[in-house]
Ligand binder design. Structure first.
Ligand code: HEM
Length: 358
């Protein structure tokens, strides 16, 4: 009897032991009930963990860009996750690339349609055979220094934005990597040639690019571009060319400045004061920006201005070559046909013949 009871009690204890073991193993996820597994089970719900653990709440704060303390010299490392970086990449690979692509394509299509409808703008009186000097050698050096450097910067820049998606599938990863590496080196250094060109054309041509009353008339007549026989007034540069000039100077200046900000990242902080200024006009832009945010905004501005400039210059190149008879001579030989000059820049010719200067 007693033996039976002891036997039953041992049986119940054994069963209870198995049950406890199974529950503990199940909870810890470890058949050996190891310390590590217990430690994890204990740590998970805590909010105060430092180091590798951390709750959803911790990560939420980190995700919002909270800055912690680091003892290494680069204090930027104190920010683990910078959400603006994600936003920047999404905008750059999304709307910026898409709209930039459409903008450039639109200019090419418009130029094609314009060519089909209007044809090449001819010298209507025919070439006279007499020429006048339009640009002296220094003018032409300035133009081609700006133009060639811009074209290289545009091509290497477009490769940075679109190359991975457009060029790499065609030429392969190895060739694309080499091209992009050297393209980036070229982009960095040729920027200085472009800046020199900008300064030169500004100094040489600014006096010819001040607005005059004739510009309003020129604009009102659509520059005479849409109808034959219309020759609106213009001095050395017409209103359309003045737009190209100022877009080159202002757009090029912005490209140069934002480019220098990118060459020396975190050194310049132009956006905080700029946003402060804009806020005077009712905007509510952030004025506390980290060095990283400043650099990201510079990258964004650089891309936007570059794509607008490239679209504009595509139109300029069209008019300077296929679009208009006799124009290219101005920047190659420096001399243009007298009839071309009379039709496109009548007030300039009148000044030259009268001996005056504008
Ligand atoms: C293949 C490229 C280019 C060609 C064929 C070209 C052609 C020309 C021509 C023919 C003129 C003189 C027009 C005239 O005498 O009335 C001119 C002027 C000018 N070019 Fe270019 N150009 C090119 C690239 C560029 C680039 C890349 C820029 C600036 C980034 C630029 C900026 C200017 C400016 C500011 C003027 C004076 C204003 C004007 O005529 O529109 N050019 N170009």
């Amino acid at each position: 009897m007693i033996r039976n009871r002891i036997g039953r009690a041992l049986g119940v204890l054994g069963f209870a032991a198995v049950l406890v073991y199974a529950t503990a193993a199940g909870l810890t996820g470890s058949p050996s009930l190891g310390n590590q597994a217990f430690a994890q089970a204990k740590e998970a719900p805590s909010d105060t963990v430092r180091g590798t653990g951390g709750s959803a709440e911790n990560w939420r704060v980190i995700r919002k860009g909270v800055e912690g303390y680091v003892s290494i010299p680069d204090k930027k490392a104190g920010v683990l996750v910078q959400s603006e970086g994600d936003n920047l990449r999404a905008f750059r690979n999304g709307p910026l690339s898409v709209w930039g692509g459409w903008g450039m394509l639109a200019v090419i299509v418009l130029a094609g349609v314009f060519y089909l409808v209007r044809g090449r703008i001819k010298v209507e009186a025919g070439l006279s055979g007499r020429t006048i000097e339009r640009f002296n050698p220094l003018d032409r050096i300035a133009h081609w220094l700006t133009a060639t450097s811009f074209i290289i910067l545009a091509l290497t820049g477009l490769n940075i934005l679109y190359g991975k998606f457009v060029l790499m599938p065609i030429i392969g990863q190895g060739a694309f990597a080499a091209l992009t590496y050297w393209g980036k080196v070229a982009h960095n250094y040729i920027a200085f040639a472009f800046i020199a060109g900008l300064v030169l054309i500004f100094v040489l041509w600014v006096r010819h690019n001040m607005p005059t009353k004739a510009d309003l008339q020129w604009l009102a007549m659509g520059g005479g571009m849409f109808s034959k026989g219309a020759h609106p007034p213009a001095y050395k540069f017409n209103a359309g060319q003045k737009i190209v000039f100022w877009a080159t100077i202002i757009g090029g200046g912005l490209l140069a400045f934002s480019g220098v900000c990118l060459l020396f990242p975190f050194e310049f902080h132009p956006f905080a004061p700029f946003f402060k200024f804009l806020n005077l006009f009712g905007f509510s832009l952030p004025t506390q920006l980290s060095g990283l945010q400043e650099t990201q905004l510079a990258l964004l501005g650089h891309g936007i201005v570059a794509l607008i400039m490239i679209a504009l210059i595509l139109g300029h190149i069209y008019l300077g070559t296929i679009g208009m008879e006799g124009a290219l001579d101005a920047v190659t030989t420096g001399h243009v046909d007298e009839n071309w000059a009379r039709e496109h820049h009548p007030l300039w010719v009148a000044e030259l013949k009268g001996g005056g200067h504008h």
